[in-house]
Design a protein around this ligand. Structure first.
Ligand code: ATP
Ligand code: MG
Length: 636
C-alpha cells in the first residue's frame, strides 16, 4: 500500500507565516464546513491536537494543530483595526517531526524535531487515518528482540482509531507520573486500565510480569477492579459496614524513628517540648536496647536499687556488652520494642529519684507536682494512643503481636499467591472512612517503609524489584499551600517525589485539582495523562508542563469526552490525544455513582434493615477489644 502521497482532496490551506517551529496556515476558501471527504470517510479540519503535513520534496514535515481562529481575532489580539477582508480562517501549527516514506519497505522513517522548515505558500494537507496511525507506530519504534519490551497497550490514538497507543513503562515510571482530570473524567478508570495493562503485559513472548504496585485508596474503589489479583488492607472498619474481606494492616509503632515516634506521642507544637522530647527519646532508646539484649529491663516498681545512686538512670548493661555499645546504639532503626518497657522506664526510672529521706539508696517516686510538670502528660498521651481502637494497627504492643519486619514488608512487596495459583500482585491500602489523623500516619508509614526498604537494597536487589506507589487525591498529601490534610504523610511523599527515582520507587499521582498540588512535586513528574479538565486554573497549571508550543493543546481539555486524555511526557512516544482502553465492569474501580432510578424502583429498607444501620450508627457492634496492659498503664 502506498501512503503519504499528495492527495488533492485533503489539501486544507497554505502556509502564510513561519516562526521557528510554529507556522500559521490560512485555510482555503473551499473548506466550507471544516470537513473534507476522502475515500468514503469524513475528516475534520482544524481539530486541536490533530496532525497535518507539509510536503517538501520527498520529505514530509508533520505538525500538531494548536489553534484555529478567524484572522479578525488575531487583529483584535494585536490591538489593530480589523480590515474588511479579514474573514479568513487561520490555523496555528506546531511542527514536531520529519519523515520519509519508504514505499519499497512500506515504512515511515520518522525523526523527532524539525530541520527543514516549510515556506510561505506551501500547501498543507490532512492525513488519512492510516497515515496518522503510521506516524504513531513509527514514533513508538520497533521492539527489539531479546530485550524486555516496556511498551504496554494503554488505549488508542484519537484521529487514528485502531492504532493502539502504548505507554513506555520504563520511562513513565522511571520518572514519576501524574493522572489528572476533573471529577468523573475517568482518572481512576485510567489508573485501572494502566495497571491492568501492566498485569497483562508480556515483556517477551514467553515471560509474564509481576508488577509491584501499592495503591493508597481513599474511596475504597480499587478492590473491585482487581479482585483476586489484589490484597486489600485496612486499618480498621470505622463504620462496621465492610462487605469485602479486607486484611488488617500491620504497621507497628516500632517502625518509626525516634523522632517520628516522639511526634506521634508529643505532637509538633507542644510547649516545654524539649524536656518532654527527651523523656521519650531516653525511654525509647532504653526499650529498644532491652529488646536487642544490650541492657536489662527497667524496674517495674518503686523501691529498687539503681546501678549508680548518683546517676539513677544509668542503664544496667548486660554481660558481654559495654557502655560503648550503649553509646553507639542507633535508636532510629526499625527494631521492635515493648511499650510496657517504655512506660516502665518513664514511670519507674525517669520519674524517680533516690529519695534523701526515704530508704537509703532506693528509687522513690518524685513529688506529685514534679510528676505533673513533665511526665504526666507524656504518659497520658501514650495511654490514650494505646487505647484508641482506630490506631490499633499501629499501637498494638509488640509483645502481643510479635510480627517481624520481614512479615511487615511482605504485606506490600512479598509474593502472595492464592491456592488457585493467582498471584496477588496489587496491594491496596483502603483508607476510606478513616479520619485524617489516622489516614495520615497510615499512608505516611507505608510511604516511609517502602522508601526505606528501597534505600537499604543493594543495586542488584533494586533492579529486580521496582515499586510503584499510587496516590489518589494527591492534593491531600502535597498541597501547594497550607498544611496537608494528611499532614504526617506530606514529608514521606515529598521525599519519594524528590529521591524515589534513584532507588526505584515511583509515584503515580492522581488528582482532580492539579492547581492545588505543590508545584515542585508535580514538576518531578515526567509523564502526564490529562483527562477532561474544566477549571481554568487547573488548565493553566497543565499548560506549564506541556512541551513548548503545545500549551495551546490545553484548549481541548474542557472538551475531552470521558476516557479521552492528552498523553504527554517521557512515557508517551509523542504528545497525543488518546482514548483510554475500555474496561469491563469487573475490571473498573467501583463507581460511587448511585443509580436513583434503579434504587427507587425497589421497596424501602425494612425496619430490621434500618435497625442494623442504627446499630452501626449508635455504637460498637462488638465489645471493643481492650488491651489490658494499656488500661493498667493509665497512671491515674
Ligand atoms: N477505562 C474505562 N473503561 C470503561 N469505563 C470507564 C473507564 N474509565 C472511566 N469509565 C467510566 O467513567 C466513570 C467515571 O470514571 P472514574 O471513576 O474513573 O472518574 P474519576 O475521574 O476517577 O472521578 P473522581 O474524581 O470522582 O474519582 C466510571 O464510573 C466508568 O463508568
Ligand atoms: Mg476516581
Amino acid at each position: 500500500m502506498n501512503y503519504f502521497g499528495m492527495i488533492p482532496e485533503l489539501k486544507i490551506g497554505h502556509v502564510v507565516e513561519v516562526a521557528g517551529t510554529t507556522i500559521k496556515v490560512e485555510l482555503s476558501g473551499d473548506v466550507g464546513e471544516l470537513t473534507k471527504n476522502y475515500d468514503g470517510r469524513v475528516y475534520s479540519v482544524g481539530q486541536i491536537g490533530s496532525i497535518v503535513k507539509v510536503h517538501f520534496g520527498r520529505r514530509l514535515i508533520f505538525g500538531f494543530v494548536t489553534l484555529l481562529r478567524m484572522r479578525s481575532e488575531e487583529y483584535i489580539e494585536q490591538g489593530k483595526p480589523i480590515p474588511v477582508d479579514a474573514d479568513q480562517r487561520l490555523m496555528e501549527i506546531e511542527l514536531f517531526a520529519e519523515g520519509v516514506w519508504n514505499g519499497t519497505l512500506g515504512n515511515l522513517e520518522l525523526t523527532r524535531g524539525v530541520t527543514t522548515y516549510p515556506l510561505p505558500l506551501q500547501s498543507v494537507h490532512l492525513l488519512t487515518k492510516e497515515e496518522t496511525g503510521l506516524i504513531f507506530s513509527a514514533a513508538e519504534g520497533n521492539h527489539k528482540l531479546g530485550v524486555f519490551s516496556p511498551m504496554v497497550a494503554f488505549g488508542s490514538y484519537v484521529g487514528a482509531e485502531g492504532t493502539t497507543c502504548h505507554a513506555n513503562l520504563d520511562k513513565m515510571l522511571g520518572l514519576h507520573c501524574a493522572v489528572l482530570g476533573s471529577t468523573g473524567s475517568g482518572k481512576s478508570g485510567a489508573v485501572a486500565a494502566l495497571i491492568h495493562s501492566m498485569l497483562e503485559h508480556k515483556p517477551t513472548p514467553d515471560t509474564n510480569t509481576s508488577p509491584r504496585i501499592v495503591i493508597i485508596d481513599p474511596h475504597g474503589e480499587y478492590g473491585s477492579a482487581f479482585q483476586e489479583q489484589a490484597v486489600i488492607y485496612k486499618a480498621y472498619d470505622p463504620i462496621g459496614n465492610d462487605e469485602g474481606n479486607p486484611v488488617t494492616v500491620a504497621l507497628p509503632y516500632w517502625l518509626l524513628s525516634a523522632d517520628e515516634f516522639r511526634t506521634l506521642v508529643i505532637g509538633k507544637t507542644e510547649s516545654e517540648a524539649t524536656s518532654q522530647n527527651n523523656i521519650i527519646y531516653k525511654a525509647l532508646t532504653h526499650a529498644r536496647m532491652v529488646h536487642a539484649g544490650i541492657v536489662a529491663p527497667a524496674a517495674a516498681r518503686h523501691g529498687e536499687a539503681p546501678v549508680d545512686v548518683n546517676d539513677h538512670e544509668k542503664p544496667r548493661v548486660i554481660n558481654g556488652y559495654s557502655f560503648e555499645d550503649v553509646l553507639q546504639f542507633d535508636r532510629d532503626k526499625p527494631r521492635p520494642f515493648c511499650l510496657d518497657e517504655l512506660y516502665n522506664h518513664i514511670f519507674y526510672v525517669q520519674a524517680s529519684r533516690v529519695h534523701p529521706t526515704g530508704p537509703a539508696g532506693l528509687l522513690q517516686p518524685i513529688t506529685p507536682s514534679e510528676f505533673a510538670k513533665s511526665f504526666k502528660s507524656v504518659l497520658d498521651k501514650l495511654a490514650v494512643l494505646r487505647l484508641d481502637p482506630r490506631i490499633r494497627f499501629m499501637m498494638r504492643n509488640y509483645r502481643d503481636s510479635q510480627i517481624s519486619l520481614t512479615e511487615i514488608l511482605s504485606q506490600f512487596v512479598g509474593q502472595k499467591t492464592l491456592p488457585n495459583g493467582t498471584s496477588q500482585d496489587i496491594r491496596i491500602i483502603d483508607i476510606s472512612g478513616l479520619p485524617n489523623e489516622v489516614a495520615g500516619p497510615l499512608t505516611s508509614m507505608v510511604a516511609r517503609l517502602l522508601f526505606n526498604y528501597k534505600v537499604y537494597q543493594t543495586q542488584s536487589e533494586r533492579k529486580k524489584d521496582p515499586v510503584v506507589l499510587v496516590c489518589e487525591e494527591a492534593h491531600r498529601y502535597v498541597p501547594n499551600k497550607g498544611e496537608a490534610e494528611y499532614a504526617s504523610a506530606q514529608n514521606s511523599i515529598k521525599r519519594i517525589a524528590r529521591e524515589g527515582r534513584k532507588y526505584g520507587v515511583s509515584l503515580m499521582l492522581v488528582s482532580q485539582r492539579p492547581a492545588d498540588i505543590e508545584g515542585t512535586v508535580i514538576a518531578q513528574c515526567g509523564t502526564w495523562v490529562v483527562l477532561r479538565l474544566t477549571n481554568a486554573s487547573d488548565q493553566q497549571q497543565v499548560s506549564k508542563f506541556l512541551p513548548d508550543g503545545l500549551s495551546g493543546m490545553t484548549r481541548i481539555l474542557p472538551n475531552l469526552v470521558q476516557q479521552e486524555a492528552i498523553f504527554v511526557g517521557e512515557g508517551a512516544a509523542m504528545p497525543c490525544r488518546i482514548k483510554i482502553r475500555d474496561l469491563p465492569l469487573s475490571k473498573l474501580p467501583r463507581s460511587e455513582n448511585v443509580k436513583f432510578a434503579e434504587g427507587w424502583a425497589g421497596p424501602r429498607l425494612t425496619d430490621a434493615e434500618l435497625g442494623s444501620v442504627a446499630l452501626r450508627m449508635s455504637g460498637p457492634i462488638e465489645p471493643m477489644q481492650r488491651d489490658p496492659v494499656a488500661e493498667n498503664a493509665l497512671p491515674f
